[in-house]
Every structure is written in C-alpha cells, then in structure tokens.
Design a binder for this molecule. Structure first.
Ligand code: NAP
Ligand code: MG
Length: 488
C-alpha cells in the first residue's frame, strides 16, 4: 500500500513562537482496509469514507466502511481463532503476545501520539503524555495478569467468554481500544473492535502493531465504519460480550438490542461530573485542576468536571483566578507542544457545543470567554464559563462534551452533596479541601464511580473505572476489568 507523509499547513494568525511536533516520522496510508483474520480485507460494499484533521479540515486517509457482511466475516474469524488457538494456548504464552503489543506501542509512541493528535484534534501534550503511555501501561498491566487469573480469583476457576464485540468513542481512541482489547486478550477472549468513525487511525495502526507481534490470525479484528457497523456487532448472534464506551443514548439502544440474549455487557456512558471547591481548599491547585478537568482536551472527556460548585465565601476569588487562568490558555495548533486547548473533534460536535452555549445564554446565564483568536480553518470553540445557572438549567443537567463549565455556589456540605448528586449521571466527581475528614465524608456520599480528591482526571490501569445511573454499568481497569471478561 502506498505510504505518504502528511504536511501540515497551519495558520493561526498568531505571533507566538511555534513549537510544533514534527510529522516527518509518521506513516499514514492513503487508504485502509478492514483488519480481519490477520489480513487486510477490502470492504464488501467497496465503500470508503474520509478521515480528516479537525484542526485544519484536511483529509488524512480513506477508511473502509464495514457492513453486516464484513462484521460477520470478522466474528467468524474471531470465533475460529478462539476455538482453535487462543482458548487453548497456555496463559503464559498469551501474556507474551500482550507484552509484545505493549512494547511496540512504547517503541512507536511518538508516531501514535502524532497520529492521534492529527486525527482527533487533541493537543500533542495530551496524546504524548497521557493517551499513548497509558495505552501501553494497560497492555503491560493486563499482560501480567494473563497467567495469574486463578490467583486473581482464588478457588473460582475463571473461564473466558468467547468473542467480545467492542465499540469505542472518539475522545481517547487508542486508550479506549487498549482498555478493551488488553483485558479481553489476557482472559483468553478474542475480539472484534470498531473504533469511532472520526478517529479510526490509531486503531488501524494498532492493527499493524498486532500483525507485527505475530498474534495468531483472528484473535483481534478491527472493523471500521459508523454507527451501523457498531449495530451489526451488537446484533450479531455469535458475540458473547459487548463492551461499549460512548453516549448514554446509544448505550440505551444497545441495552435494548441485547435484552433477552445471552450477551454480557459493560456500558461506559456519559457524565456530568461535579467539581466541588471548599473554602479551605488549596485554591490555586484547585483552579488548575478545574481548568484541566474541563478545558484540556476541549471538554471531550466523559468524566470532565463540567459542573463546578464553589463555596460562597471563596466564590469571588475563585472566579477571578479561573478567569485569569482562562486568559492564559493557549488555544490553537494541536501539534504545538505549548498548546493547552486543541480542536473540537468534528463539525457535528462543534454544532452541538454551540447549541448548548446558545441555550445557556437564552436561559439567562452569564457567559465568560477569554479574549483570544481562534484559527481560521477547522473546528474551534473558546473555553466557556457560565455563572448564574440554576440546578434545572439544561447546561447543568445535560452532557455537552465540550469546553463549557457551569458554575454554582453552595454554603453547607449537605447542600453541595444534594446538588452534586442531582443529575441523571454518576460517572465521576472531584473534591477540593484541606480537611481529611471532610474529604472522606463528601467523597463517600457522592454517587459517582470515580471520585478524585485534590486532583482531577488521573488514570491508572490498576484502578477500576465506570459509572452509576445513566453513566452505565460494569467497570474497566484493575481486577474489575478482568472480571468483566470471565465467567465463573
Ligand atoms: P456515540 O455516538 O455513542 O458513539 C460511540 C461509538 O458507538 C462510536 O464508535 C459510534 O460509531 C458507535 N455507535 C453509534 N451508534 C451505534 C449503534 N446504534 N450501535 C452500536 N454502535 C453505535 O458516542 P461518541 O459521540 O462517539 O462519544 C461521546 C460519548 O461517549 C459521550 O457521551 C461520552 O460521555 C461518552 N464516553 C464515555 C466514557 C466512559 O468511560 N464512560 C468514555 C469516553 C466517552 P461512530 O462514532 O463511528 O458513528
Ligand atoms: Mg479525524
């Protein structure tokens, strides 16, 4: 297949000294087929779609569109690999392949990071320092468990499920693939994975890595496409488990579709996290955490701290510090190592975010955006803060998945716990206080799967991740993540 080098022509109209990461070392094919049974296979419809760079709207590559027939091929390949090789292989040998995947991701980390940033619009600092190292860490972590399952679950004789259908979103493309593939392989399952339509490239690069490791054909299959491709996986009758990360809306469709079948499922869905600042908190650290929690990665984080609760006595000072910090955020070329806020992932997502900003204004909230220029091409949104919102405001209740922060005040602990829990979601939360007893009291009363104390958006392969209520069910990461791919 022809290889090409991507050249970026980025004009932000700013006079900051640029520090762009080079793209000379990466290889993106002009066209990608489906990765089925260890081979690159043309889509049966012959159809391909474009993937573009949301920061400048330039085309990056053509990606195959898989239909139900292709998905069937992939599931058959996965079943064959499960029956004939993978479920029979000694666990120690399975672990070696997973270690190899981890090492190759590390070796190619720079290339993965640049491609992630090009395809998805996130700052290179994030893909380089968070997405890619964490993806490798997940493979390392689960490789270690492969031959120790009986110690992880003593006296329970864990068995693999079979073929796992996995569907991922566009905000952490490679990392989400790692969260799903690594535990599935470690527990002896085979995989059919569909990445999100707008960010398939790093999953396809991962397919190249997987081929390079010599993993037996069909153990991991990667089929690209849009929602219908995902639905074909969900509805295939030879899939044993669905692992889905995405919106609550699609999660509900999936849950309906698999009701009455034997398919197991884990659903990691939307969120509307509360970040709570008490008057005794280290305020500068808290402000940095708030900014990190909602504005870095453009708010494209399911666990983004999109609701902020400030104790009344420190309201004015926190708002001033937040606004000052927002003025210093660097928005622009995601490949620039200084960039804090990159591009919105797609035109559709930008339209959604702008719709909510309009709703916020119409609801009477007061808006604040920093005084910065946005690049001319591509999809961009200024970090946005709303004050004067109420609990019933739509921008407080609904997931926006963009850099929009809705701020409220509170006086007492009981009041803020009530307010923070007053949401259909229950994925994550953050608490900022200097008092250990208050931290323990508040964190234990928040209905959220992940609660950070005096920090935010910290991830680790050993700790489980997942939500309550409309944020889904099941956990990924840690021992909990293994359990979701086993029967006892
Ligand atoms: P989405 O629209 O639900 O899409 C997620 C994935 O599902 C994509 O691969 C999508 O394909 C596919 N899909 C769409 N319709 C489908 C269907 N009917 N059946 C099966 N698959 C289908 O979500 P998104 O907009 O990509 O991602 C943002 C959402 O993900 C947010 O709500 C966010 O909170 C959530 N999220 C949650 C977590 C978590 O761990 N809880 C982590 C990250 C993101 P295409 O995109 O190709 O159409
Ligand atoms: Mg793209």
């Amino acid at each position: 297949m022809a290889k090409k080098t991507i050249k970026i022509n980025f004009d932000t109209g700013w006079d900051l000294a640029p520090a762009p990461e080079s793209t000379g070392h990466i290889q993106i094919n002009n066209k990608y087929d489906l990765f089925i049974g260890g081979k690159w296979v043309k889509p049966s419809s012959g159809k391909y779609f474009e993937t573009t760079n949301p920061a400048d709207e330039q085309k990056l590559a053509l990606i195959a569109e898989a239909n139900a027939k292709d998905v069937d091929k992939a599931v058959k390949a996965a079943r064959k690999a499960y029956d004939t090789v993978w479920s029979k292989m000694p666990a120690k040998e399975r672990g070696k392949y997973i270690y190899r995947i981890a090492r190759l991701i590390q070796e190619k980390a720079r290339e993965f990071a640049v491609i992630e940033t090009l395809d998805g619009g996130k700052p290179i600092r994030e893909s380089r320092d968070i997405d890619i190292p964490l993806a490798a860490a997940h493979f390392f972590y689960y490789a270690g468990w492969a031959d120790k399952l009986e110690y992880a679950f003593p006296n329970r004789k864990p068995k693999s499920l079979g073929v796992a259908g996995q569907i991922t979103p566009w905000n952490f493309p490679l990392l989400m693939a790692a969260w799903k593939i690594a535990p599935a392989l470690a527990t002896g399952n085979t995989v059919v994975l569909k990445p999100a339509e707008t960010t398939s490239l790093t999953a396809l690069k991962l397919a190249e890595v997987i081929k390079e490791t010599g993993l037996p054909d069909g153990v991991v299959n990667i089929v690209t496409g849009a929602g219908e491709t995902g639905a074909a996986i969900v509805n295939h009758n030879d899939i044993d488990k669905i692992a889905f990360t995405g919106s609550t809306g699609v999660g509900k469709i999936i849950q309906n579709a698999i009701a009455g079948t034997n398919k197991k499922a884990t659903l990691e869905l939307g969120g509307k996290a509360a970040n709570i600042i008490f008057e005794d908190a280290p305020l500068d650290q808290a402000v940095e955490g708030i900014i990190n929690g909602i504005f870095f990665n453009q708010g494209h984080v399911c666990c983004a701290g999109s609701r902020l609760f400030i104790q009344e006595s420190v309201y004015d000072i926190v708002i001033r510090k937040l606004k000052d910090r927002m003025e210093s955020l660097i928005i622009g070329n995601p490949l620039d190592k200084n960039t804090d806020v990159g591009a919105i992932n797609s035109k559709e997502q930008l339209t959604t975010i702008n719709k909510y900003i309009k709703i916020g204004k119409e609801e009477g909230a007061e808006i604040y955006q920093p005084n910065c220029a946005l690049p001319k091409n591509g999809y961009w949104c200024k970090p946005t803060l709303f004050t004067g919102v109420s609990q019933s405001s739509r921008i407080v209740q609904e997931e926006i998945f963009g850099p929009v922060l809705a701020i409220q005040t509170f006086r007492t602990v009981a009041e803020v716990i009530d307010k923070a829990n007053n949401t259909p979601f229950g994925l994550s939360a953050g608490v900022w206080t200097d008092k250990g007893s208050k931290m323990f009291n508040v964190t234990s009363q928040l209905n959220a799967g992940i609660v950070w104390g005096n920090t935010y958006n910290k991830f680790d392969p050993t700790s489980p991740f997942g939500g309550y209520k409309e944020s889904g069910f099941g956990r990924e990461g840690g021992l909990h993540g293994l359990k979701a791919y086993l029967k006892f």
